[in-house]
Design a protein around this ligand. Sequence first.
Ligand SMILES: NCc1[nH]cc(CCC(=O)O)c1CC(=O)O
Length: 313
Amino acid sequence: MVDKVLRIATRQSPLALWQAQYVKQRLQAYHPDLQVELVPMVTRGDVLLDTPLAKVGGKGLFVKELELAMLENRADIAVHSMKDVPVAFPEGLGLVTICEREDPRDAFVSNHYTSLDSLPQGAVVGTSSLRRQCQIAARRPDLQIRSLRGNVGTRLGKLDSGEYDAIILAVAGLKRLKLEDRIREALAPEVSLPAVGQGAVGVECRLNDTWTRELLAPLHDTDTAIRVTAERAMNTRLEGGCQVPIGSFALLENGQLWLRALVGAPDGSQIIAGERRGEPGQAEAMGISLAEELLARGASQILHDVYQGEKPQ
Ligand SMILES: NCc1[nH]cc(CCC(=O)O)c1CC(=O)O
């Protein structure tokens, strides 16, 4: 099997290509003789990039074609931003590797202002994430939040053309694209709690493919996996869909796991936040228990209202 090539199914956005190249390089660092090939694909999500996500069926659209390629043995792995990976996987596929996390914070990006707090009254902020929107609106009810979609480059272009006074993006994406000089301020988790899995890259493959799984094993980062497991368990218990006002962020401190989460009304009028501290082995149980607390304290109603508003008329 010396000549076997490991094939990575990838979308063609700059961020997706960076992630695929990153996994390729890390694989070859551990296995110098391994041949790795990128298999670029167009997903339905890419075709419909300008349509609001909620209307076209959500994040799953970006991964379905990649998963089909793995199931039909046209590719061996797919590399995902953990924050974009749906809760469930098709039969036979699963997430087997989570790589070390990059900076998980949100970034404040502006050509005229140095920080979120220094924005003037009524300034226009671009984001299509309900999670970012609800937290910014809660902190600064005077700001006008406007929709902003597209790849990172497209979003920066819309900022530069003057449509917005500032936009919010992930620090990790900007760093990966060597655009970190655009960051004016990295927002602390207390200001903008990140999305589940933000900053982490995960690898999906056929679960019965032991050749690939053994090659991937050294890329796995246990600390990141524990943190993301807690965050995802929280989100799964909330039944968090694709477009949700949910933040969740876990840290390991002195061997203890600290999980924070929030659910907010999109207009920022209400934020329900909570936390858990416990043993890393309890990551999943902590996520579930925190989600249940938030649901009981009002998150259930908020999420119900958000999903009602999403339904096609
Ligand atoms: N939703 C798009 C997306 N998916 C992952 C990242 C950034 C990298 C990451 O969080 O791993 C981004 C861009 C952004 O939110 O600014």
